[in-house]
Each structure stands twice: as structure tokens, then as C-alpha cells.
Ligand binder design. Structure first.
Ligand SMILES: CC(C)(COP(=O)(O)OP(=O)(O)OC[C@H]1O[C@@H](n2cnc3c(N)ncnc32)[C@H](O)[C@@H]1OP(=O)(O)O)[C@@H](O)C(=O)NCCC(=O)NCCS
Length: 172
């Protein structure tokens, strides 16, 4: 496996085919978050297999927001995906560990991700904790509470467990 951190725009054409494989239109039509407008990644962790095929991805979203009104620098993780043929071999875990390193290097106070219930165990094993408060964000239609999936925090300089996190922008 080779793992690199690329710029968000630069990395998109490299991971686009993987995104189409993992999230085909027929699947996207069924998901609870199908109408959500998402932010674009600032950085992308990309994983290649030994044959040079892109098999894994995690997007990083650097964001200045607030926790209970105090300014915080958070780093979102989104678009975590592994090619179906390479799952359960540690690809996503390796991408998430690299992402955590990039977050710390960026000086983030904590990481924040939104995931489906069946992935809580995986992220929990990587040090992420359930955030029991409310996450607020924006959509083109106005403000929104992001409560359609569990929210998880990776403690770095801070470890928010409850209260109100405001993303001050689009979710990821
Ligand atoms: C969720 C997803 C990214 C996980 O990717 P992955 O590369 O299979 O993840 P990992 O291999 O690191 O870990 C998956 C499981 O395999 C286990 N595992 C890792 N390496 C292993 C190995 N060598 N042998 C056996 N099991 C292994 C992990 O412990 C983990 O177990 P758990 O789910 O019980 O916690 C992938 O299933 C996927 O792309 N799903 C569709 C998109 C999606 O849901 N993305 C997440 C959005 S939040």
C-alpha cells in the first residue's frame, strides 16, 4: 500500500472512479443524506494498492467553527471509502491514521466526522468518541442541525463531548 496526502482539487480526479464505485447513483438515490449539500475536501488521503490502483480515500476539511460559542479549529473527515475488493484489510484504518496525523500537523483542536451506525465501531477502535451534543451547519436553504447520523470526535487539543458545535458552513 502507498498512502499520500494530496490537495483537495488535485486529488479529486484521482479518486473520482473510486467514488463512483462506492457511491453509484442507484445507491445515492436511497441514502438518508441524498439532499445534503456537502463541502469540498481541502486535502485527500489517497491509498494505492501494490498494482497502483486507487483503493482508499478519506477527505479532510479544515474548518474554523465554534464549540459552545468559543472559537475552535476543527478538522472534518468525510468521504471515507475503500474499494469493495479491498475491504477488511485495514485500508480505511490506515487512511484514518494518516488523516489524524495531518489534522494534528494542521493544529486542529479535534476531528469531527459523521457516520452511519454500523461504522461507529470501526472509528471507535481508532480513538474516535461519540459526540453527544448538537452539530449545527448551513445549507443553501439556511441553518440545519446535523442529526441524521451519529457524530464522532477525535480528541486532539480539545475533547468536546457535548454542547453545541457550529460548523459555520457546509457539512462534510
Ligand atoms: C467503511 C469502509 C470505509 C471501511 O473500509 P475498510 O478498508 O474495510 O476498513 P478496515 O479494513 O480498516 O476496517 C474494517 C473492519 O475490518 C477489520 N480488519 C482490518 N484489517 C483486517 C485484517 N487484516 N483481517 C481481518 N479484519 C481486518 C477492522 O478491524 C474492521 O472491523 P470492524 O468493522 O469490526 O471494526 C468501507 O466498508 C466502505 O467503503 N464502505 C462504504 C462507504 C462507507 O460507508 N464509508 C464510511 C462513511 S462514514
Amino acid at each position: 500500500m502507498r498512502i499520500e496526502v494530496l490537495g483537495g482539487e488535485e486529488g479529486w480526479p484521482i479518486v473520482e472512479a473510486l467514488d463512483r464505485e462506492v457511491y453509484p447513483p442507484e445507491y445515492m438515490a436511497t441514502v438518508i443524506w441524498k439532499h445534503v449539500v456537502w463541502a469540498h475536501a481541502d486535502k485527500r488521503v489517497v491509498v494505492w494498492d501494490a498494482d497502483g490502483r486507487v483503493v482508499g480515500h478519506a477527505g479532510l476539511f479544515f474548518r474554523d467553527g465554534t464549540h459552545d460559542g468559543a472559537a475552535v479549529r476543527m478538522c472534518g473527515i468525510g468521504g471515507v471509502m475503500t474499494s469493495a475488493s479491498m475491504r477488511k484489510q485495514g485500508v480505511a484504518s490506515a487512511a484514518m491514521r494518516r488523516a489524524a496525523g495531518a489534522m494534528a500537523a494542521h493544529g486542529a483542536d479535534f476531528g469531527l466526522l459523521f457516520c452511519e451506525q454500523h461504522n461507529v465501531k470501526l472509528y471507535g477502535s481508532l480513538g474516535w468518541k461519540i459526540f453527544a451534543g448538537q452539530v449545527h451547519c448551513t445549507q443553501p436553504t439556511g441553518a440545519m442541525i446535523f442529526d441524521m447520523m451519529p457524530n464522532m470526535v477525535l480528541p486532539l487539543r480539545r475533547a468536546p463531548e457535548r454542547g453545541k458545535i457550529d460548523l459555520c458552513g457546509l457539512p462534510w
